[in-house]
Write a protein of this length. Structure first.
Length: 418
């Protein structure tokens, strides 16, 4: 460990793509860690200056100066300390850049004094794969000296016969992060941007008596482009099933899949009892996405008025209370007419678009004959009220929602490292 890092908490970040770089920015802003070790697993550009140039500029969020100081004119002070060692400082905070090791087990976190690593590569998502796997494993970070590793994506266990290991868990800050057990959990998934937003939309519904009885639900995310899409049309890889992802991200609205519903079951186990479907539609914007959540509830009628209890006002009130209570600063309720660019950088897991909340209540007719077929005797025809609701929520799928909550989860875990 470098002497200048001594007695400071150091965060390791593996992968400096979209989430890796923005995580670095966010943690610089938070000031919880006294130093950073960034691993790219390869050379970047021709010099350390090229690495720094990439790290302090962003086409979506502007420069690091603007990110930290707005348009005050204040600038970050960047100094190269040791070019050979990849050492530099930003505003006096020391950063070390590594470029040699791609396999997690070969990154010597112990030597660098790193206890907590965030893996932002998107490659090592299966916690059941052993550390010595030739293609690498998330467990390699632990073998390399880290005490905990956070993956900035949902776990994906490839072998369906295997279960989630006991030392692994998926957490969304503000929803289930308190279930993190520092003695038991060493590999942590921070889920995905869509799961993060969706979990905060569902949580207040499950916690409200009138809306807790969900019959079925579905969601669609109108999602910004990501780096796993093609700029221009290209031929699909061998065996690839989703041919649309190879089409130009600039020129198309692209229906595709999302694993948000599966990941949500890990965050909110109650969802396993609900028939939940999810899909995604990619659109050509750089960030900020929209979840349309469709929920069908067992409904109740007001005994005095005969009107449904669950309506637009009732649902919006649920979200208003959540925004002022347990989910304060994580769930935001808005009565404005927003568009996607209004949400760029907006710090909250989800912004409920109250003007777009809609409900309809209908009745499921059940005849006495049908009920007798199920063994129910001495019963009359029934009309079961059900309410269908559409709820919309914005989220900045890069910094504002996902990286912001990933940052809060990171600090929480670091404070509780056993």
């Amino acid at each position: 460990m470098d002497l200048q890092f001594k007695n400071k908490k150091i965060l390791g970040i593996n992968g400096i793509g979209r989430i890796g770089k923005l995580t670095f920015w966010n943690q610089l802003r938070l000031g919880h860690f006294g130093g950073f070790v960034l691993n790219a697993g390869r050379k970047v550009g021709k010099s350390l200056e090229d690495t720094i140039d990439y790290l302090i500029k962003d086409s979506t969020y502007g420069s690091l100066n603007v990110f930290l100081y707005g348009y005050s004119g204040k600038t970050c002070e960047v100094k190269i300390v040791d070019r050979e060692e990849g050492l530099f400082t930003i505003n006096g905070v020391q950063v070390k850049f590594l470029s040699q090791a791609r396999n997690p087990r070969d990154i010597n976190w112990a030597k660098e004094g790193v206890q907590l690593v965030i893996d932002c590569t998107g490659k090592y998502l299966d916690p059941t794969i052993p550390a010595d796997h030739p293609k690498g494993s998330v467990r390699g970070h632990l073998e390399a000296g880290a005490k905990k590793v956070i993956v900035s994506a949902p776990f994906k266990i490839k072998d369906n016969s295997k279960k989630m290991p006991e030392d692994s868990g998926m957490f969304v800050y503000g929803v289930n992060h308190m279930r993190f057990d520092p003695m038991a959990h060493h590999i942590i998934s921070a889920a995905s941007c869509t799961t993060t937003g969706l979990a905060h939309m569902i949580k207040p519904l499950l916690e409200t008596e009138e809306t807790s009885e969900i019959i079925t639900a579905s969601m669609s995310t109108v999602h910004a482009a990501t780096n796993n899409q093609n700029i221009l049309d290209a031929p699909p890889k061998e065996g690839q099933s989703d041919l649309r992802r190879n089409r130009s991200v600039f020129n198309n609205i692209i229906p595709t899949t999302t694993g948000a519903a599966i990941a949500l079951e890990e965050i909110l186990p109650e969802i396993k009892q609900i028939g939940f479907m999810a899909d995604s539609v990619r659109v050509p914007v750089s960030t900020s996405s929209l979840i349309t959540l469709n929920v069908t509830f067992h409904s109740k009628l007001n005994k005095e008025t005969g009107m449904p209890v669950i309506n637009r006002i009732f649902l919006n009130d649920i979200y208003k209370k959540a925004a002022q209570g347990a989910q304060k600063d994580l769930l935001i309720f808005s009565e404005k007419q927003n568009v996607s660019s209004d949400i760029i950088g907006f710090q909250g897991a989800i912004v409920i678009e109250g003007v777009e909340t809609h409900t309809r209540t209908g009745f499921i007719p059940l005849s006495a004959k049908t009920l007798r077929d199920y063994g129910l005797e001495n019963i009359s025809d029934l009309n079961i009220p059900v309410t269908h609701a559409k709820i919309c929520g914005w989220y900045d799928n890069e910094f504002g929602s996902y990286v912001n909550l990933l940052g809060k989860l990171t600090v929480y875990i670091d404070k509780n490292i056993a």
